[in-house]
Design a protein around this ligand. Structure first.
Ligand code: BG6
Ligand code: MG
Length: 210
């Protein structure tokens, strides 16, 4: 590992909250009679809550005011938070856990770089509350991915330059953010197909071989 730091996206890399996001958005969309499916849900990966709502409302004939949108986003988040309570340390795979431990043993500094404002709750649910050297998330940024802010703040918290860090992402918007910030990147799933990803990987443990 030639990088001094690794910055992990949370949703879709460390754990799998996609289904919970999907179920919560689906319930909200059904409530206002707006069509929503798994394909639209894929476009929400890495995208902030309000930007996700805007994507869902593309299918709506009605124009929603800012206050109405806030209420819809809150409704979704309440459902989502309830679902997150079902998560436990069992939702952290043995593969991800051992990869994190091995990187720590090698002296690599480890951070989270996630757009989610629920990051700290999720880390607590899966037993990683105090594990990372830095947590940069939706609560300390003004621009969401593809803007690099969340990763730049993470690198800063690790006292490292972007060029010394690798970002691990599952979202195309996350790789865009890594490229824009001058970070190396490892892309899993859809992110492995990004034409500017540094290392396409198939599973998180592959980063140990880089
Ligand atoms: C990202 C997810 O990690 O966080 C997105 O990939 C989600 O799907 C975003 O919209 C914001 O999450 P939250 O928890 O702040 O609503
Ligand atoms: Mg993700």
């Amino acid at each position: 590992m030639k990088f001094k730091g690794v910055i992990f996206d949370l949703d879709g890399v460390i754990c799998f909250t996609d289904q919970y996001h999907y179920r919560a958005w689906k319930q909200m969309a059904d409530g206002i009679g707006v069509y929503f499916d798994e394909e639209i849900n894929n476009r929400l990966r890495g995208v902030s809550r309000m930007a996700s709502l805007d994507i869902i409302l593309e299918r709506s004939a009605k124009q929603y005011s800012a206050a109405e949108k806030e209420a819809l986003a809150e409704q979704k988040n309440d459902i989502y938070r309830e679902l997150l309570l079902q998560m436990s340390p069992k939702d952290l795979s043995a593969e991800v856990k051992s990869t994190l431990e091995e990187l720590r043993n090698r002296g690599v500094r480890l951070a989270i770089g996630s757009s989610s404002k629920n990051t700290k709750i999720i880390l607590k649910q899966i037993g990683l509350e105090d594990f990372f050297d830095a947590v940069s998330d939706g609560t300390n940024i003004t621009h969401s991915k593809p803007h690099p802010e969340v990763f730049l703040k993470a690198a800063d918290m690790l006292h490292l330059q972007p060029s010394e860090c690798m970002v691990v992402e599952d979202a195309l918007a996350g790789i865009d953010a890594a490229v824009a910030g001058g970070f190396g990147s490892a892309g899993i799933g859809e992110a492995a197909t990004h034409d500017q990803v540094t290392f396409p990987i198939q599973k998180v443990s592959d980063i140990l071989t880089l």
